[in-house]
Design a protein around this ligand. Structure first.
Ligand code: BG6
Ligand code: MG
Length: 215
């Protein structure tokens, strides 16, 4: 049975997947490189510089190291403007109740987000204290789709990977969860999240009793 749940953040607990997309689209338009929602799908879960590298690679455009740093910082500024007013009202429906119910059932809770903004966002959403461990994305050797971040959270929670349920909205994230040897619950479109063990459309459909033994 599941003893811990390790959540992705952006697009799972709150609607920031859209915010990241809007910020990348604005940057891509300014750089005059092609970008759209379909290309963005493959960037979900990918870290900031990795995302920029992919956008540039697709366009054939090259930037100097300094220009890349500037562009990544600019995108982050757009993103931070979007989340600056986030509050507990921006949690997806059902998230707070789900976290409280999981804790009451004795599960450990972790966050495995590639975002350097995760601690700030979790604080704004008013839920950071509900987690036993939040990964420090900057301290993880290999980014998603590598399993490192999920393994690092499992270790910090002291729960073996097969007993950790990973919850993700991105292809890269589902790949990371499976590579870590964990069951994967996808949030989104089953036609996209094909590697997930199960897919639901929205976190409000999460049924805790499907994963834990009734007390
Ligand atoms: C992930 C998002 O959670 O975090 C990606 O899915 C984003 O879209 C990545 O690029 C890095 O976020 P940040 O906040 O460090 O730029
Ligand atoms: Mg996500």
């Amino acid at each position: 049975p599941v003893k811990a749940i390790i959540f992705d953040l952006d697009g799972v607990l709150t609607d920031t997947a859209e915010g990241h997309y809007q910020a990348w689209q604005r940057l891509a338009d300014e750089l005059d490189v092609p970008f759209d929602r379909e290309k963005n799908e493959a960037l979900k879960g990918i870290d900031r510089m990795g995302s920029l590298e992919r956008i540039l690679a697709d366009s054939g455009r090259t930037l100097t190291e300094a220009e890349k740093q500037e562009a990544a910082t600019r995108k982050n500024g757009y993103y931070q403007d979007l989340i600056a007013r986030f509050s507990p009202d921006d949690l997806f429906d059902g998230v707070r109740d789900l976290l409280l119910a999981a804790k009451a059932a004795g599960l450990k809770l972790g966050v495995a987000s590639a975002s350097r903004n995760a601690p700030t966002l979790l604080t704004r959403l008013g839920i950071i204290d509900l987690f036993d461990h939040v990964a420090d994305a900057g301290a993880i050797p290999n980014p998603k789709p590598a399993p490192d971040i999920f393994l690092s959270v499992a270790k910090a929670l002291d729960v073996p990977p097969p007993a950790c349920l990973g919850v993700e909205d991105s292809m890269a994230g589902i790949t990371a969860i499976k590579a870590a040897g964990m069951p994967a619950l996808g949030i989104g479109d089953p036609a996209i999240l094909t590697e997930a063990d199960e897919v639901i459309g929205h976190i409000r459909e999460f049924r805790l009793d499907r994963f834990v033994r009734p007390a």
